[in-house]
Design a protein around this ligand. Structure first.
Ligand SMILES: CC(C)(COP(=O)(O)OP(=O)(O)OC[C@H]1O[C@@H](n2cnc3c(N)ncnc32)[C@H](O)[C@@H]1OP(=O)(O)O)[C@@H](O)C(=O)NCCC(=O)NCCS
Length: 146
């Protein structure tokens, strides 16, 4: 990962910058209710920053000993620098501290970069939800954290 990148927990003060990053990373529509998830104990969100600007984020929901990855994204110009991998490592460490032992995620079948990332991190395919995204399937993946 780039040496100048720092990973830290998201705060409600990051709200506007996170929304801006999300719009750049997911051009199709606005996804996350940051105002809710950043205040809730049932979610864990981390961001990557480089000299004051947010360049990536990852967040997961927590339900007892299970978690579901909500979103992960890296600024397009800084992709393939290990930022998502570093975000996931810190997120998973936090989830384990909170008692999570199994993590799920869902990804569109044609999202090759994300599927490749998840496989590299040890997630395996658990289920396929046919035509979940209209014409595209959703791949459900899982990983035992401990
Ligand atoms: C998926 C995404 C988060 C990856 O972020 P990233 O910071 O570029 O990922 P990293 O640099 O940490 O990559 C780690 C590993 O993932 C895999 N990977 C990431 N991008 C890849 C790509 N475009 N093609 C193939 N493999 C890829 C590789 O195995 C990579 O390791 P390597 O670079 O040593 O080969 C990024 O492409 C993104 O923001 N996409 C748009 C948002 C999105 O679709 N999020 C996921 C659904 S919620």
């Amino acid at each position: 990962m780039l040496k100048s990148i720092n990973i830290r927990k998201c705060s409600i003060l990051d709200l506007e910058k996170l929304k801006e990053l999300e719009l750049v990373c997911f051009q199709d529509h606005f996804h996350e209710n940051f105002n809710f998830v950043l205040k809730s104990k049932n979610y864990s969100y981390f961001l990557a920053e480089e000299v004051g600007r947010i360049v990536g984020y990852a967040g997961a929901s927590i339900l007892y000993d299970e978690s579901e990855l909500q979103y992960i994204a890296t600024l397009p110009s800084l992709r393939r620098n290990g930022i998502a991998k570093a975000l996931m490592a810190v997120l998973v460490e936090d989830l384990i501290k909170k008692g999570v032992n199994k993590m799920y995620l869902e990804v569109k079948e044609d999202n090759a970069p994300a599927i490749s990332l998840y496989k590299k991190l040890g997630f395996i395919i658990y289920n396929v939800r046919k035509k979940y995204y209209g014409d595209k399937d959703a791949i459900v993946m899982v990983k035992l954290l401990k």
